[in-house]
Design a protein around this ligand. Structure first.
Ligand SMILES: Nc1ncnc2c1ncn2[C@@H]1O[C@H](COP(=O)(O)OP(=O)(O)O)[C@@H](O)[C@H]1O
Ligand SMILES: O=C(O)[C@@H](O)C(=O)COP(=O)(O)O
Length: 412
């Protein structure tokens, strides 16, 4: 959703679906995002879901497929970045592609193939405690190589600094020696300019949303899209407002603490929540008398020790599935009692809630800052969603976003 929001902010009409079957519901739009929850499912399932999505796009005579993943390269040795890239190479007929997770503005940089969060290697950062994709190896060439049979190499910073032409020549030479995948160093925003210029015409490119953000100026300069349009703001949505948090990231915990200063928050302890139906029922009973007074929050989020205990009880995937089932079913129950504004913390959690709510197509609003996407359903009784990356967003995001949903025009 963040990727779509960046395009919308650049004045580009961008479709957004979670179901590839709906790609055909758009006319001649310059871009379509297909958002699927494929990050940590078994690789074979991620590949088959991505194949459906890619085929739906390729049926439209497109210039490029962009495979978006997290700036922290969230994945495990079993996948899914490597296996999905392998599939997309085959479907697009690309000879090689690059991997550019960097987000210099957020100080997520790649140097000599090593991923840093600020001054720390990712393996020394809180990402080593991620509930699903603990990142314990900072060397992305090595990380990706464990996920694919294709030969992985590095586009080193000296080559990126030398400009798109020199980098392109170096890649072509390395490709002639059999290297198919290039982890790209990127430290500064100007590196993304170079990499965008280099990859703009490739059939397949992969990375974080940050590099997509650099394409519209190039498209426009080449006359591929028309003049800038002021992005339309989203419809106002009334009804109850809630925060649903499944992210256990430090930033989410801070945002919850801030929201809790002025709003009720129900903390759901997974150790006492094995019965999903009963937990959801109790949470709804807790919410009903409070909701008419203003937004409320629900969180399964916990600090690393709490996550560890839940995972010891239910297993890594089991704990995640339990939290996602609770928050997803709660979202459905909350909608049935009049909630229409949802702020969701966590990428996986967002996917689970969108799936439970049965949302397949959304109108995405203009970019609202790193890690945040906001959208509204297109039906007569709309639901507004803000989906937030666990690690990102200002501390007061929850209350301010629920408020802006009531009148998005005011925020512009
Ligand atoms: N208390 C908990 N213990 C273990 N896992 C949890 C707990 N609460 C939530 N989870 C799971 O942790 C994962 C967090 O991932 P995600 O929602 O993507 O957040 P983030 O954006 O911080 O990575 C989700 O699958 C969520 O269901
Ligand atoms: O790069 C990012 O942080 C986001 O693009 C993203 O993917 C966030 O995923 P979560 O960390 O699971 O929220």
């Amino acid at each position: 959703m963040e990727t779509a929001a960046m395009l919308v902010a650049a004045g580009i009409e961008c479709g957004f679906v979670t179901d590839p079957a709906l790609v055909g519901s758009y006319g001649d739009v310059p871009a379509i995002v297909i958002a699927q929850k494929t990050r940590v499912i078994p690789a074979s399932e991620a590949v088959s879901m991505t194949e459906k999505a890619a085929r739906a796009l390729l049926a439209r005579d497109i210039r490029q497929i962009f495979f978006k993943y997290c700036a922290t390269f969230d994945s495990t040795d079993q996948g899914n970045i490597g296996p999905v890239a392998d599939l997309l190479m085959q479907l697009t007929g690309a000879e090689y592609t690059a991997f550019c997770p960097a987000s210099p503005a957020l100080r997520r940089t790649v140097y000599n193939g090593h991923l840093f969060l600020g001054t720390e290697l990712i393996s020394d950062s809180p990402k080593r405690h991620d509930p699903l994709t603990p990142m314990t190896d900072p060397d992305l060439v090595r990380v990706l190589q464990r996920q694919t049979r294709a030969k992985v190499g590095l586009l080193a910073h000296a080559l990126v600094s030398a400009g798109a032409e020199a980098a392109g020549r170096a890649i072509a030479e390395a490709a002639a020696r059999g290297i198919r995948y290039f982890i790209t160093d990127a430290i500064y925003d100007r590196d993304l300019d170079t990499l965008a210029a280099l990859t703009c015409d490739w059939k397949l490119m992969t990375g974080n949303a940050t590099i997509v953000q650099h394409y519209p100026d190039i498209w426009r300069a080449r006359g591929l899209i028309g003049a800038t349009r002021r992005p339309p703001c989203l419809r106002a949505v009334g009804g109850g407002g809630v925060v649903l948090a499944g992210s256990c990231a430090e930033r989410t915990l801070e945002q919850l603490a801030e929201f809790e200063k002025s709003h009720p928050v129900l903390r759901i302890d997974l150790l006492n929540a094995g019965d999903v139906a009963a937990t959801v029922g109790d949470a709804l009973d807790w919410a009903r008398p409070r909701l008419h007074r203003g937004p409320v929050g629900f969180a399964t989020s916990g600090a690393p020790e709490a996550v560890k205990m839940a995972q010891e009880r239910y297993g890594r995937e089991g704990a995640a599935q339990l939290a996602e089932a609770i928050l997803g079913r709660l979202a459905v129950s909350l909608r049935s009692v009049g909630v229409r504004r949802f702020v969701v913390a966590g990428g996986e959690t967002s996917g689970a809630i969108v799936e439970h709510l049965g949302i397949r197509r959304l109108r995405v609003g203009p970019y609202g800052g790193p890690g945040i996407g906001t959208a509204v359903t297109e039906d007569e009784d709309p639901v507004a969603l803000c989906l937030k990356s666990g690690k990102l967003g200002p501390v007061d995001l929850f209350a301010t976003t629920l408020d802006v949903m009531l009148d998005p025009g005011r925020a512009n």
